[in-house]
Design a protein. Structure first.
Length: 176
């Protein structure tokens, strides 16, 4: 679940860096936007629920963050406390234990330490993350296709064949 959310975060970060912002500002803005997006979704849901709820009843939770949003919030807090971006991202990578995220973070940390241009690097990694997500979706779709074929072959097809052959079988039975 975290990896699927991380692909949209990486793409948003790539857009922010490619727009000319520094990496620090891009990272903090992207994290803020990612957290505010969830708040907006919850606020929109609350507005529709408030109109149907009676006063005095229990209200839904004000904010439920996804696991990735909690991790991004931790990164943001660590950066504002004065830790370096490299340390915060390394801890993020270690906590999640994901190869895709680890590669992304390692490339960023290496690029920051060497002073290499980071915009193309983030864009390339965002593209590779998008491609891996696309492959995962296609694999799941292939498995779902096979699972859906079982009821079609064993339930619907025999019944349709029976409906097609029933008039012929009843006429043959009438001749005998």
């Amino acid at each position: 679940m975290i990896e699927s959310e991380f692909s949209s975060f990486a793409e948003t970060l790539a857009i922010a860096v490619n727009s000319g912002l520094s990496f620090m500002i891009s990272l903090t803005r992207t994290i803020d936007d990612f957290l505010d997006q969830r708040r907006t979704e919850i606020t929109d849901g609350l507005v529709s629920k408030i109109t149907t709820r009676i006063v005095g009843r229990k209200t839904p939770a004000t904010l439920r963050l996804t696991p990735l949003q909690r991790e991004l919030q931790l990164i943001r807090i660590q950066i504002f406390e004065g830790r370096s971006i490299s340390e915060a991202l390394d801890e993020f990578s270690r906590r999640l234990n994901s190869q895709m995220i680890s590669d992304f973070v390692d490339a960023i940390v290496l690029s920051l330490s060497r002073g290499a241009p980071i915009a193309f690097l983030i864009t390339d990694h965002a593209n590779s993350i998008r491609e891996s997500e696309r492959r995962n979706i296609l694999e799941r779709a292939g498995k779902a296709e096979i699972k859906m074929m079982v009821p079609v072959v064993f339930l619907i097809l025999p019944i349709s064949i029976l409906f097609a052959l029933w008039p012929s079988l009843s006429n043959l039975n009438g001749f005998m």
